[in-house]
Design a protein around this ligand. Structure first.
Ligand code: GDP
Length: 527
């Protein structure tokens, strides 16, 4: 039996970032396939097989062909235990993605070789930068006619401001794609097409100038490759583990996720180089993953993952110690001890009960409305993990009921949906409006549909004159009271009970900020 420390050190917890359509879903499937977590690729998302897709909400996801859910997949690979946290690709659900990135220790960035660096990738990289998250890069779709690879590397370096250290280099592309060449070991990994749903044979040729390689590629192609590789070595950086761990340099791999090629080469290095669980900050002290006393935080709440269990799951990152079935934990926001008997994990789509989970793992807690995003659980020590943000919404709507007698159900539904981060709720101090805030417009549709399905409430949206929101803080309680009186018209409580300034215009916000220099107007709310 490996010891606790050995178990922690073999964990690799990561997420994938990419622009929609770059191949995140496809590569996720191939990673699971390599980890023996699924027999056949194509079972990751309901939209491809219909397997999980029976709830109405999932149906909406299907119809729109987008991925709303975040799930967690654990699989062993070589000596390691890999935890892959999936993130919604659609930008309307970017808040979820940002918060999921607070629960990983490193990231895999997937880039479409034909498109290079795209908008969403730029945004997500900014988020990774906040914590200097180490990044692996996979440049995908080598089975197509893609852009000049050196140009793409250059774009990553200049636009994303991270040094590139190619580890593998593609041999040809499109119909002439022959495989990848490992720049560190002088190995040719030979591509055999049409292996999408199985693990490809690991065909290797040692030495680019070996007889075997010459027989496969021909003298001309090798000469061309020699020139290219010389150029690449000159133009890029050598891999340096420390620079990678500091988030300053990214190892780069090429391949085609669809044909399942180049992914194994990536994963082999990933499990070696990617960091084991990292320490996490709390308001009291940093918590080391190798501490044996349990702690964790909730980064995501998800309803209806599985139509058979119409409940809510709170995803918790274990930050230290061991979760064991039936253990008691301190729910620090409520100051209450709770017994957790039935945490779940998500092994490639199937739920199974976890008996034990340790630092770096993710567990799912059944949430009956008491758990909020950002909540800390511990073995008794009273601290709270920091750095799990709520972002000020950019879009606002007033909610109106079709049936006024359903007010209670509406309030309950909105409260719960805001606690799980599906939307943000604002209740003005001066009137009884219920105002919803969102980062992306699709969030409104999800809320409307879930209110109908889960709370049996029909609501409609009306425009409301709110442009932006800021969370209000002030150390001086007299001044705060004064501010509350004078600005009451534009103040609201949010779903978590925090005072918020809801500004009718940006000009109004800046004037108010000028008028109240000692009041803080924050664009993010942190737990
Ligand atoms: P996501 O939106 O990032 O999750 O992207 P998907 O994995 O759903 O892929 C988007 C599209 O690109 C799908 O039609 C995939 O079949 C296709 N695709 C993914 N990887 C490759 C690849 O390596 N080569 C080619 N030709 N197509 C790919």
């Amino acid at each position: 039996m490996p010891s606790f420390l050995e178990e922690v050190r073999r964990r690799r917890t990561f997420g994938i970032i990419s622009h929609p359509d770059a191949g995140k879903t496809t590569i996720t499937e191939k990673l699971l396939l390599l980890g023996n977590a699924i027999q056949l690729a194509g079972t990751v998302k309901g939209r491809k097989t219909g397997r999980m897709a029976t709830s109405d909400w999932m149906q909406m996801e299907q119809e729109r062909g987008i991925s709303i859910t975040t799930s967690v997949m654990q699989f062993p690979y070589k000596e390691r235990m890999v935890n892959l946290l999936d993130t919604p690709g659609h930008e309307d659900f970017s808040e979820d993605t940002y918060r999921t990135l607070t629960a990983v220790d490193s990231v895999l960035m997937v880039i479409d070789g034909a498109k290079g660096v795209e908008d969403r990738t730029i945004k997500l990289m900014e988020v990774c930068r906040l914590r200097d998250t180490p990044i692996f890069t996979f440049i995908n779709k080598m089975d197509r006619e893609v852009r000049d690879h050196i140009e793409v590397l250059d774009e990553i370096e200049t636009v994303l401001k991270i040094k590139c250290a190619p580890v593998t280099w593609p041999i040809g592309m499109g119909k002439a794609f022959k495989g990848v060449y490992n720049l560190l070991t002088d190995t040719v990994h030979v591509f055999t097409p049409g292996q999408g749903s199985v693990v490809p044979d690991d065909i290797r040729i040692e030495g680019l100038h070996s007889d075997e390689a010459i027989a496969l590629l021909g003298e001309d192609m090798i000469a061309e490759l020699d020139d290219e590789i010389e150029l690449v070595r000159g133009a890029s950086h050598e891999f340096d583990l420390d620079e990678y761990l500091r988030g300053e340099l990214t190892p780069v791999f090429f391949g085609t996720a669809l044909a399942n090629f180049g992914v194994r080469e990536l994963l082999d290095y990933f499990v070696e180089w990617a960091p084991a669980p990292l320490a996490r900050e709390t308001d009291a002290r940093a918590v080391d993953p190798e501490e044996d006393v349990f702690s964790g935080f909730v980064f995501k709440i998800q309803a209806n993952m599985d139509p058979k269990h119409r409940d809510r799951i709170a995803f918790m990152r274990v930050c230290s110690g061991t979760y064991t079935k039936g253990m008691k934990m301190l729910h620090s926001r409520l100051g209450k001890e709770v017994k957790i008997a039935d945490a779940v994990t998500f092994m490639a789509g199937d739920r199974s009960q976890v008996e034990e989970a340790i630092s770096g793992d993710i567990i799912g807690l059944h949430n009956h409305g008491t758990i909020q995003i950002g909540d800390t659980f511990s073995a008794g020590e009273n601290f709270r993990f920091t750095g799990i943000p709520h972002f000020a919404p950019e879009l606002f709507k007033r909610v109106r009921l079709k049936d006024p007698l359903k007010m209670k159900a509406l309030q309950k539904g909105l409260q719960q949906l805001s606690e799980e981060g599906a939307t943000q709720l604002f209740m003005p101090l001066n009137n009884n409006d219920l105002i919803l805030g969102a980062v992306g417009v699709l969030q409104f549709d999800v809320v409307q549909q879930r209110l109908r399905d889960e709370y049996k409430v029909e609501c409609i949206y009306e425009p409301v004159s709110v442009t932006t929101a800021r969370w209000v803080y002030c150390k001086d309680s007299r001044m705060l009271e004064d501010f509350k009186r004078k600005a009451a018209e534009n103040l609201a409580m949010d779903g978590g009970g925090y005072l918020t300034y809801i500004a009718p215009t940006r000009v109004n916000l800046s004037l108010t900020q000028e008028r109240w220099p000692d009041v803080q107007f924050r664009a993010t709310r942190e737990h």
